[in-house]
Design a protein around this ligand. Structure first.
Ligand SMILES: *Cc1c(COP(=O)(O)O)cnc(C)c1O
Length: 349
């Protein structure tokens, strides 16, 4: 018994289709924990959407998508010398390697493998990339490599993003014309950029890399649930849990499936402030004052407090005496941040 993601597949696919139709040059991003769904499912859905390219985070993730998705695969993490998995992919025609330093371009050219490459432009994120003054020199090192375009990864939610995108894209296109692979630029801005730089008759080709908004954008298409594993009555002051702390209230200890191995932490993952405030006013007995943390489990229509930090595969939460205790085997909602959570099963409904 663990944590299950219940997915309304038809509704989810409708959402994926809406995003895909509204996004020119969509490149679905499949990485990390597979956004809660797993790499293979997202690879299959990308194939179904008809996109010709997806992106993964790491070289090792290429193997997780390549059998279910048949097109090209961009590796987002910039290539560095000394990674044998990345080096094996250089000769693979389906893989596009991201390069963020001139030194790496020289090293790659010397391998004689002629990989498909994207050149990364340094943005105000200051993560990876070459600055505008280096781009012409970078283009000079492309001999023997297959240039697929420029990659620009912008910071999120900043008003100056568009101006920065224009400035960096212009520098890049001056150094060499090519497709712009953009991340975290709103679609309308990306289309505007493409027209502004290329003219409306010959807009610059763009590819938009999207993960969270595509896979997790429709919250109503899914819910995450955990199972009641045990229920024990408890009296105030009785010692409980690994830490043998005294129970702060009369009531029940409800043992729920799910724990640290699923990415369940000490606090509710979202809206912590308002939940906290609500909880403070609600909990007249003030479990928070007793040093407890709000759990992501909902029982009887309300988030409940952890008795102690979650265990590996189970969590203990309090239910006050005034509540009807749940039955063993009942399912309860658990709020998970799906970019960090690991579910045991995805059930299609
Ligand atoms: C992870 C990543 C994305 C996708 O990010 P989301 O916020 O999940 O859409 C896009 N571009 C790059 C370069 C990334 O590393």
């Amino acid at each position: 018994m663990g944590v299950t993601l219940r997915l309304d597949v038809n509704r989810w696919r409708e959402h994926l289709r809406v995003v895909a139709d509204a996004t020119p040059g969509l490149v679905p991003v499949i990485k990390g924990n597979g956004y809660g769904y797993g790499h293979r499912r997202l690879a299959r859905e990308s194939e179904r959407l008809g996109t010709d390219t997806v992106a993964v985070g790491l070289p090792s993730e290429v193997a997780l998508v390549r059998e279910d998705f048949l097109g090209s695969i961009v590796v987002l993490q910039a290539w560095r010398p000394g990674d044998p998995i990345a080096d094996d992919l250089l000769a693979d025609d389906r893989v596009i390697t991201t390069i963020s330093r001139i030194a790496d371009l020289k090293t790659l050219a010397a391998t004689g493998k002629s990989p498909r490459v994207l050149l990364e432009v340094l943005t105000s994120m200051k993560r990876h990339g070459m600055s505008p003054t280096e781009l012409a020199a970078a283009v000079g090192e492309l001999d023997g490599l297959r240039f697929e375009g420029w990659t620009i990864h912008l910071p999120m939610g900043d008003d100056s993003r568009y101006a920065e995108a224009v400035r960096l894209a212009r520098s890049a296109l001056d150094a060499r014309p090519g497709t712009l692979w953009l991340s975290h630029l709103p679609t309308e801005d990306a289309i505007g950029l493409s027209r502004q730089l290329g003219g409306s008759d010959s807009p610059v080709p763009i590819r938009l890399r999207i993960g969270t908004r595509l896979w997790l954008g429709d919250e109503g298409s899914r819910k995450t649930v955990a199972t009641v594993l045990d229920v024990h009555p408890v009296r105030r002051g009785e010692r409980i849990g690994y830490r043998q702390r005294p129970a702060p209230i009369d009531g029940w200890i409800v043992v729920m499936s799910g724990g640290t191995s699923h990415g369940i932490g000490m606090e509710a993952p979202t809206a912590a402030t308002s939940l906290r405030q609500r909880a403070i006013s609600m909990a007249a007995g003030s479990l928070e004052a007793a040093g407890l943390a709000l759990s992501p489990y909902t029982i009887g229509g309300r988030k409940r407090w952890f008795c102690e930090p979650p265990h590996m595969q189970a969590s203990m939460v309090f239910l006050p005496r005034s509540q009807r205790p749940p039955e063993v085997g009942e399912e309860m909602p658990v709020e998970l941040r799906l970019t960090t959570a690991l579910v045991d099963a995805v059930d299609e409904v």
